[in-house]
Design a protein around this ligand. Structure first.
Ligand SMILES: Nc1nc2c(ncn2[C@@H]2O[C@H](COP(=O)(O)OP(=O)(O)O)[C@@H](O)[C@H]2O)c(=O)[nH]1
Ligand SMILES: [Mg+2]
Length: 294
């Protein structure tokens, strides 16, 4: 049996969380077209007969602006130092740049095996692929490169085999029925944050924290989920809620549907919007809302 932890590293929006979700076969991390979607390290576990891969999805590589993004970058750095292997995710659609080769070299120098997944090949002209691979080789990247499309499910088997081959011999780290190290409460908060990321312009979701204050199952089987949606400014609160509460109602309704799928039961969802000025620069509030380093 081979088993080990694999840090999933790469630039913001490269497609790391999407790739982890399809490899694990379940949604363990939320996904959106905006950067700063993943705020914490999330473990996604893939168990097969002869190996177990524990993916550590990370917030990725950031230029830090506030304490929250600094914490997120720190999470990525500490995760990359404490694993058996690194999966570096490149966005094939955005195109590979000199900076990518430098980042790959930096993580390869940490001394654990590293492979590269070049993802989003479904939205990348096929003829670009050899050129991107050649560019990386000429920039000194020695790692194996696996072209994949998480969305279309292409190249995943080969990538999985490549990852498994990097792992050391060892017993399972998690029981085989576990897919994530995160609680149901965490996932409920994240599903709400995902819908906020999808619905509002960037400056709103980046300043939003979602906190679960109520989560219980009633006698009739319905789950009661109560969320605080914390934002940074009164003006943001007004935008979040929208005219006659319509905007929030719509986002919450999408979130509720996903929560019902996740919990496999009916959900009664209530949301309340609060303002906490500049919480992203407050170590106490970042911790209270459950983000950042443990
Ligand atoms: N077309 C396409 N889009 C993808 C693929 N993988 C991810 N995406 C999109 O890229 C965006 C960023 O994905 P996400 O997984 O959140 O990136 P992360 O920030 O690296 O975790 C989302 O809009 C995804 O739907 C893929 O294989 N093909
Ligand atoms: Mg992510």
């Amino acid at each position: 049996m081979k088993s080990g932890t694999v840090a999933v590293i790469g630039r913001a929006n490269a497609g790391k969380s999407t790739l982890v979700n399809v490899l694990v076969g379940e949604k363990v991390a939320i996904v959106s077209p905006k950067p700063q979607t993943t705020r914490d390290r999330i473990l996604g576990v893939l168990t097969r007969e002869d190996y177990q891969i524990v993916f550590a999805d990370t917030p990725g590589i950031y230029k830090s602006r506030n304490l929250l993004t600094q914490d997120m970058m720190k999470t990525t750095e500490t995760t990359s130092r404490d694993v058996d292997a690194i999966l570096y995710v490149l966005d094939g659609h955005a195109g590979v740049k000199e900076e990518d080769a430098q980042l790959i070299a930096k993580y390869a120098a940490l001394g654990v095996p590293l492979i590269v997944a070049l993802t989003k090949t479904d939205i990348m002209p096929a003829e670009n692929l050899p050129a991107e691979v050649k560019f990386l080789a000429e920039a000194g990247v020695e790692a194996d490169i696996y072209p994949v499309s998480a969305r279309r499910g292409r190249g995943l088997k080969k990538l999985e085999a490549g990852i498994a081959a990097m792992l050391p011999e060892g017993d399972k780290l998690f029981p085989e029925d576990i897919v994530s190290d995160r609680s149901e409460r965490f996932m409920l908060a994240e599903l709400m944050r995902e819908k906020i990321l999808l619905k509002y312009d960037e400056e709103i979701p980046h300043g939003v924290a979602v906190v679960v204050h109520t989560f219980r199952r009633r006698e009739d089987g319905v789950y009661e989920v109560g969320l605080d949606i914390v934002c940074e400014k009164q003006a943001h609160k007004a935008i979040l809620i929208g005219r006659q509460g319509r905007a929030l109602k719509e986002a919450a309704s999408f979130a509720r549907k996903d929560m019902e799928k996740f919990l496999e039961g009916k959900v009664f969802l209530t949301t309340y919007v609060k303002v906490r000025e500049d919480w992203r620069d407050s170590p106490r509030l970042i911790k209270e809302f459950g983000y950042g380093e443990e």
